[in-house]
Design a protein around this ligand. Structure first.
Ligand code: PLP
Length: 399
């Protein structure tokens, strides 16, 4: 029978979600999933933060009606997201140059930004880091852009290839869009220093490129304010830019799809016009964002006691990941592994590019039930006091 769908080809499986399916089907009770992009607590569970529980309790108690939200989302949510990025007294806020839209996670923010950029700069090429979060390429290609990579990671040092990075950015044609991880680079865990960022930002400004900062792990590096340094540095240089924020990890609200797109313009008048255009992009896409997750985050961001509680809980997540980095490094050393893993301590955020080869990752999976991404990326936030010894033993065995 000939149908509309005869010629449809099977799309490749998402590599990370595919790995999860394989992990779920594994019957070994010693299995460990380090392939995820999620923070687990020491009991191996996704936490429901106390600040979130309290905001939800208040929300349920209010028995609020569920009308439509404005196209751009909850005002207080957007204000809170902006203040996290720039600080309360920032000129871009007080001068009315920044616009924020509640978005369906960081992914939704990137997509709205990409669709608007396609309208603005239809022939521009998008440049992403080599390597980058696996959805960056697909998302910008889907929006109709050609996507290329810029030099970033140095596999020999497990660190940054700064000279390559700077040279790549210098070579980009004017008007190119450059996607940058503002902190806690995914997948490598390797971030430039502030001084290095200063140099990159200056080149971006000189070359008249369009920065699109992706900040999905604010608070997981050094702290909420510290991790916004790169965003503030770009804002201080007076550049027009796009920023996608994700609150999925920092509020542990993955399924609520909480994120924000922020656009920094040159004047309040420009902001008004850009607002009207991005509202059209949203209106013709999903019309307006959902209420629950946004209300919870807005409540926390705008209530000092809840904010403090959230910041403390975020610090606990950050500290636990750091402790796992240290234990992993120390225990591999103690296990007599010859390879130097001290670079794991210098990497930041939830991930580490471990340097494990594809063959070693396959052996970890087949022989030990330890799941990591083929690139060698491991989620340090999935390690805990109960699984770290078996993970170390398995890594030592495959090296
Ligand atoms: N950007 C980066 C760098 C990420 O790592 C992620 C999530 O893993 C996202 C964006 C998307 O975040 P969300 O789950 O909020 O859509």
């Amino acid at each position: 029978m000939t149908t509309l769908f005869n010629a449809v080809e099977l799309a490749p499986r998402d590599p990370i979600l595919g790995l999860n399916e394989q992990y779920n089907a594994d019957t070994r009770d010693t299995k460990v999933n380090l392939g995820v992009g999620v923070y687990y607590d020491d009991n191996g569970k996704i936490p429901l933060l106390k600040a979130v529980q309290e905001a939800e309790r208040q929300r349920v108690q209010a028995h609020a009606a569920r009308g439509y939200l404005p196209i751009e989302g909850i005002g207080n949510y957007n204000k809170g997201a902006q203040e996290l990025l720039f600080g309360k007294d920032s000129a871009v806020i007080t001068e009315g140059r920044a616009l924020t839209f509640q978005a369906l996670g960081g992914t939704g923010a990137l997509k709205i930004g990409a669709d608007f950029l396609k309208q603005l700069q239809p022939d521009a090429t998008v440049h992403i880091s080599d390597p980058s979060w696996e959805n960056h390429r697909a998302l910008f290609e889907r929006a109709g852009f050609k996507v290329e990579t810029y030099a970033y990671y140095d596999a020999t040092t497990h660190g940054l290839n700064f000279d390559g990075f700077a040279a790549s950015v210098k070579a980009m044609p004017e008007g190119s869009i450059v996607v940058l991880h503002a902190c806690c680079h995914n997948p490598t865990g390797v971030d430039p220093t502030v001084e290095q960022w200063q140099q990159i930002a200056t080149i971006i400004k000189e070359r008249k490129l369009v920065p699109f900062l992706d900040i999905a792990y604010q608070g997981f590096g050094d702290g909420l304010q510290e991790d916004a340094a790169v965003v503030r540095l770009f804002a201080d240089l007076g550049m027009s830019m796009f920023i996608s924020s994700s609150f999925s990890k920092s509020f542990s609200l993955y399924g609520e799809r909480v994120g924000a797109l922020t656009v920094v313009t040159g004047s309040a008048d420009e902001a008004t016009r850009v607002l009207s255009q991005i509202k059209r992009v949203i209106r013709t896409n999903y019309s307006n964002p959902p209420t629950h997750g946004g209300m919870v985050v807005a409540q926390i961001l705008n209530t000092p006691e809840l904010f403090e509680q959230w910041e403390n809980e975020l610090a606990q997540m950050r500290d636990r990941i750091r402790d796992m980095r240290k234990q992993l490094t120390d225990k591999l050393n103690a296990a007599g592994v010859k390879q130097d893993f001290s670079f794991v301590m210098a990497q930041r955020g939830m991930f580490s590019y471990s340097g494990l080869t594809k063959e070693q990752v396959e052996r970890l999976r087949n022989e030990h039930g330890i799941y990591a991404v083929n690139s060698g990326r491991i989620c340090v936030a999935a390690l805990n006091s109960r699984n770290i010894d078996s993970v170390v033993k398995a890594i030592a065995a495959v090296l």
